[in-house]
Ligand binder design. Structure first.
Ligand code: GUN
Length: 313
């Protein structure tokens, strides 16, 4: 039986560290970290995510503003708002919730965010820093950054000699996590929808990160015995056993089967999910720290003293 990687506990630990870094920042410079979250349209899932981001920002003691734009807003409306937020000294982090309505060019919008306020890590400057190993000064996308903290609890920081397989090649998760795993010295394979014999590739993985958005695609016998499995998937599926019309959330990994093989595994929900918001708070505090002229090394010291996040399941 595998160990459960407790994302809720790890996220809580990051949040406590963000609160204490925020206290130090305020004491030393008078700066309160500020975050602006922008949402366009009425997508219910996005509304839930954005509400929890704004709530957590307040809990961390941040200055938090939310901009709700109508679905009919134009690209120019959004670019104008980003220009205002880029110039606002109280705002250190800007997050534009994705997906945007189809008439808006998401790439153009994301690249308009000032790189030093890009707490999602999506601008070319931050993507380039991550790709070239300049991680200390980069903003790393929140979900991959959270995955690495969970992995660190299970396997340590140095992944030398370990084989890691990333399922999925998205810009938000697959590609950045591949770069982070490389920076931690793992030997990395990125597999995707056009890869032949995914099962065989997964069976060679000491570390398997699944980020494909396909409910329970990864089966138990795809897992190398003792492997660490990080499941990024959040898929809503119908659950007739719970009653007519009911649903449940499952990951990209068939958890019950996989936990018979894995050494350690993240559950869904309660694994990677809570880490995404925690890392958004950490990135915002980091942006405020850098903007205030403090040493980034001191921020990293405050944020790296993490307790264990792996417990027997
Ligand atoms: N939508 C789903 N995940 C994300 C994310 O990490 N950042 C943003 N901005 N939107 C998202």
């Amino acid at each position: 039986m595998s160990k459960l990687i407790d994302g809720k506990a790890a996220a809580q630990s990051v949040i406590e560290q963000v609160k204490s870094a925020t206290g130090v920042l305020q004491h030393e410079t008078g700066t309160v970290p500020g975050i602006a979250v922008v949402i366009v349209g009425e997508d219910p899932a996005s509304k839930v995510y954005v509400a929890s981001k704004s709530r957590m920002a307040k809990e961390c003691g941040f200055h938090s503003v939310q901009h709700d734009l109508s679905t009919e807003s134009s690209e120019v409306d959004l670019l104008t708002l980003i220009g205002i937020l880029n110039a606002d000294p109280r705002v250190h982090g800007i997050l534009v919730q994705l997906p945007l309505p189809p008439h808006i060019d998401s790439g153009r919008i994301l690249q308009a965010i000032a790189p030093e306020k890009d707490v999602d890590g999506f601008t070319f400057v931050n993507v380039g820093k991550l790709g070239t190993g300049e991680i200390a000064s980069a903003f790393v996308p929140c979900t991959p950054a959270g995955c690495m903290i969970l992995l660190e609890g299970a396997r340590g920081r140095d992944l030398s000699g370990l084989s890691a397989v990333v399922l999925g090649r998205s810009n938000i998760v697959g590609k950045p996590i591949a770069n982070l795993l490389l920076a931690a010295h793992a030997t990395v394979t990125v597999a995707h929808s056009r890869t032949k014999d995914l099962a065989a590739i997964c069976r060679a993985a000491d570390i398997l990160v699944a980020a494909v958005g396909r409910p329970e695609m990864v089966r138990g016998d795809w897992i190398k015995p003792g492997a660490t499995v990080i499941d990024v998937g959040i898929n809503r599926v119908s659950a007739p056993d719970k009653g007519q019309g009911k649903t449940r959330i499952v990951g990209d990994v068939a958890y019950a089967e996989a936990s018979e093989w894995a050494g350690a595994i993240t559950p869904v929900p309660g694994g990677v999910g809570p880490m995404t918001i925690a890392m958004l708070m950490a990135n915002t505090a980091k942006a405020a720290w850098i903007a205030s002229g403090l040493e980034i090394a001191d921020f990293d010291t405050l944020l790296c003293d993490r307790g264990p996040c792996v417990t027997p399941s």
